[in-house]
Design a protein around this ligand. Structure first.
Ligand SMILES: Nc1ncnc2c1ncn2[C@@H]1O[C@H](COP(=O)(O)OP(=O)(O)O)[C@@H](O)[C@H]1O
Ligand SMILES: [Mg+2]
Length: 332
């Protein structure tokens, strides 16, 4: 049993079902008690534990032989859980149960090409992208200064990302075997101050942002790749950009990765994430949004706004999870 069923499934309280696993346990330790404080039940079901039976009256869901009747489902499936989770989320959606983030949102944001394609449609992609299988199609002329960043189509956490600079980098890249798993995504290198900005959005409203600093000798800023963190006040420009990116990607809970291009002085959006590991200020807002959405989904979508947006500098380490406080970058 890999699910987290701490709530009484038979209670008459409305139930939120998180479809996911233990990878964001630290978030759930903060989020689930907050949700329960509002009189709402919440369980986390691992896709492997969920049984679905189709009846003429509609689908029935059980976990460990016990019926579950969620009023709202939260899709938190990534990596190897994405495909099994998407299938189950699609059944929930067809049963008329609202799903945040829904099947296609998760599918699209988990793929670098589709993520950028949505940003492009939203007028938010500020660099060229090349994606496909043919490695000979990428040459140094692709990027204005000859430096290209290549990424696996389905990566996250900074995994598998490489920078091609020299002729031999490009030659090595071309020599790799082609298979159905080897599709790549290429974009020009963005000259940046050694950090990027992660903006968290809830119902498309930015709520909190943090800088992520690349560790010494690296340029990949993801926390899982050793990045350090610091609170970043949300300016009007950042908020506007993140809100538009979140709408383009349809992420009702999202994390937008934004770079500061020191050559143009402007921002670039690297990607929108749909299952972002969050921090306590974000979880507070997520709990508030979800407890409203479980009662009246349409009304919450139309009217919910964060009660607090972090627009001014706040150096309180409690803005971050205890496990990440040692990663806080000291003030300059
Ligand atoms: N073109 C680029 N130029 C400079 N840094 C980049 C570029 N693309 C990505 N990065 C850095 O690598 C990090 C990870 O890239 P991202 O596209 O967000 O992939 P992932 O899904 O692995 O997080 C970014 O947050 C950014 O700091
Ligand atoms: Mg990222």
């Amino acid at each position: 049993m890999r699910s987290r069923l701490e709530d009484d499934l038979d209670s008459c309280r409305p139930l939120i079902l998180f479809l996911g696993d233990e990878r964001d346990d630290e978030d759930h330790d903060v989020l689930f008690p907050k949700i329960r404080e509002s009189g709402v039940s919440v369980v986390r079901v691992h896709p492997i534990d969920l049984m679905i039976s189709l009846k003429p009256s509609g689908p029935r869901f059980t976990v460990d032989g016990r019926p579950v009747r969620p009023k709202l489902v939260v899709g938190w499936v990534l990596d190897e859980l994405l495909w099994p989770g998407m299938i189950q989320l699609d059944v929930f959606e067809r049963a008329g149960i609202p799903v945040i983030n829904d099947t296609m949102t998760l599918f699209r944001t988990a793929n670098k090409l589709l993520d950028s394609s949505q940003l492009n449609t939203g007028g938010l992609l500020r660099y060229p992208v090349l994606s496909g299988y043919d490695r000979t199609a990428l040459d140094p002329g692709f990027a204005p200064d000859g430096t290209t960043v290549v990424k696996p189509l389905r990566g996250f956490g900074g995994r598998g990302i490489e920078r091609l600079e020299s002729t031999s980098d490009y030659e090595m890249f071309r020599r790799m075997d082609t298979s159905l798993d080897s599709a790549y995504y290429a974009m020009p290198w963005v000259e940046n101050p050694g950090r990027d900005i992660r903006v968290y959005t809830v119902n498309h409203h930015p709520v909190f942002a943090m800088y992520r600093y690349a560790p010494p000798g690296s340029w990949i800023t993801n926390v899982t790749a050793g990045g350090r963190i610091a609170m970043c006040p949300l300016t009007a420009e950042l908020s506007d950009l993140a809100s538009r990116a979140s709408r383009a990607a349809n992420t009702l809970i999202g994390g937008v990765d934004i770079g500061e291009d020191v050559e143009t002085g402007g921002y670039v959006i690297y990607e929108v994430n749909s299952c972002p590991t969050c921090e306590p200020p974000v979880l507070e807002m997520v709990a508030d949004f979800l407890t409203e959405a479980v009662t009246d989904y349409e009304a919450a979508r139309a009217t919910w706004e964060p009660s607090h947006v972090y627009t001014t500098l706040d150096r309180d380490p409690k803005l971050f999870h205890p496990s990440k406080r040692h990663l806080i970058q000291p003030a300059d």
